[in-house]
Design a protein around this ligand. Structure first.
Ligand code: AMP
Length: 468
């Protein structure tokens, strides 16, 4: 089915073609006609399904049609659509998508999020925009300061509603909603539908049409997965060994902690692999720069914590490496879903320490599939070649420069160290190892896992305390 059969106007068809989209994804096929009819929509879908275009395309079209029917075009633009999303990275991506899909229509958008100076955002608002994409905290700030007026909003989108709840934004969302006209079209997206989200959807939507896609299973099926059982102390060496594979042009590496992410970056850089970290201790600008460099393939490896990685969307990302196994099984599905986007294939490699096996079993229970152990040269090399890593680049505290680290409680948070480690380089023999071949594709059909609920954070019920 081509996009044309969804009655999309020519200027948008042209930009979709320029984006390389040939056929609509299932959520787009279902959602676009409903939104174009002006109906409310409840979309049960997560990122990676093409849901951004599923709402952005019809919104651009509706606003563009209505713009042409307005008589006085010289007037300053009012905000006619508001899209709320929980993270800065998602907000940036949605804004980029709107600019891309709407580039031939004259529809303008601005992205609003915290952690950066507000000048650029307020300048754009002053000039007037059709669409605002925002995280709740900064939006409320700018509303308080009188830069944002929402009384002309016609179409409201709540994206990733379950994460909004996890991150304590629901109260903020309700406050924002109270300033938007009641007579509006509302679109609501959530990967999961726990009772609190069902209630929120009920409060926001008016006779919605429900659309559901089940991406997690499809994604998991498409991704080649394998696990390396390895002592924690040998993970740095194994990671370097895996990255000897030239087929891995770029990889997204996940750690559980910010300190862990920085440590992996140091290890990689000292071994001449370009890498950057993206986590909550980095400024928003540093995070965006790291993401942009990774997308532009200027850095080969992006090391991320789960929270920071939410919504990261990198076209053609082939490899996800779980440097540490997540302790929430859904997080695994979410992590590996960064690859295998929109039907593409991908590879997920996991490094599992002895104390992480329990987590792995939980993941396998969730995805109803055994993740095969990798039996390739990487692990064999490690068995033969002892590799030493500087103590400060272990997750354990450096009391003893030992080879095998003591297991560490899973929820402990190592404090970042100020001193730069004098990492010993991986022995030269190790660097000579030849590229590994990706593990054989798993044939077993997977059953349906629950989409990620992300890591739980304490809800924040305070009025405007959380900055988006
Ligand atoms: P999303 O779920 O909106 O985050 O989209 C996931 C990825 O799929 C993004 O990289 C989009 O650019 C891509 N994408 C969305 N729709 C299509 C399509 N119809 N054809 C190909 N790629 C798409």
């Amino acid at each position: 089915m081509p996009f044309k059969s969804l009655n999309i106007i020519e200027p948008i068809l042209r930009s979709l073609h320029e984006e390389g989209y040939r056929t609509p994804t299932p959520i787009q096929q279902q959602a676009i006609p409903i939104v174009l009819e002006g109906k409310d929509l409840l979309g049960v879908a997560q990122t990676g399904t093409g849901k951004t275009a599923a709402f952005a395309v019809p919104i651009i079209q509706l606003l563009s049609d209505r713009q042409h029917s307005h008589s006085d075009k010289s007037k300053r633009k009012n905000i006619r659509s508001l899209i709320l999303t929980p993270t800065r990275e998602l907000a940036v991506q949605i804004d980029q998508s709107i600019k891309a899909y709407g580039r031939h229509t004259g529809i303008s958008s601005v992205v609003i999020f915290g952690g950066v100076k507000q000048g650029q955002q307020t300048n754009a608002l002053r000039r007037g925009v059709d669409v605002v994409v925002a995280t709740p905290g900064r939006l409320l700030d700018l509303m308080d300061q009188g830069f944002v007026h929402l009384q002309h909003v016609e179409i409201f989108v709540l994206d990733e509603a379950d994460r909004m709840l996890d991150m304590g934004f629901v109260r903020d969302v309700q406050d924002i909603l109270s300033t938007i006209p009641k007579k509006r079209q509302s679109l609501f997206f959530s990967a999961t539908m726990p009772p609190a989200i069902v209630k929120l959807a009920h409060d926001i939507l008016d006779h919605p049409v429900r659309v559901e896609v089940t991406p997690a299973r499809d994604t998991v099926d498409l991704i080649e997965q394998s696990v390396y059982y390895v002592d924690k102390s040998r993970k740095p060496a194994l990671l370097l060994q895996l990255l000897e594979n030239d087929d891995i042009r770029n990889a997204l590496v996940f750690t559980r902690t910010k300190h862990g992410a920085d440590s992996v970056v140091r290890t990689l850089e000292r071994n001449h692999i370009s890498a950057d970290a993206i986590h909550g201790n980095k400024s928003q600008n540093a995070r965006q720069r790291a993401l942009d460099n990774f997308k532009a393939q200027k850095t080969r490896v992006l090391v991320a914590t789960d929270i920071a990685a939410r919504g990261i969307d990198v076209d053609n990302l082939e490899y996800v490496i779980n440097y540490e196994i997540p302790n929430v099984p859904e997080t695994y599905v979410h992590r590996i879903g960064r690859t295998g986007r929109a039907g593409a294939s991908g590879t997920a490699l996991s490094l599992c320490g002895p104390d992480e096996k329990g987590y792995l079993r939980e993941i396998e229970r969730l995805i109803k599939k055994r993740i095969p152990a990798a039996h390739d040269h990487a692990i064999a090399k490690l068995d033969r070649l002892p590799v030493e890593v500087h103590p400060s680049d272990r997750r354990e505290r450096p009391a003893r420069p030992q080879q095998h680290a003591r297991p560490q409680p899973q929820h402990s948070r190592a404090k970042p160290q100020n001193s730069e480690p004098q990492l010993q380089h991986i022995k030269p023999e190790l660097k000579l190892a030849r590229p590994q071949h990706p593990p054989a594709k798993q044939q077993t059909p997977a059953a349906k896992p629950q989409p990620s609920g992300g890591q739980k954070k304490k809800p924040n019920h305070g009025w405007r305390r959380k900055k988006g």
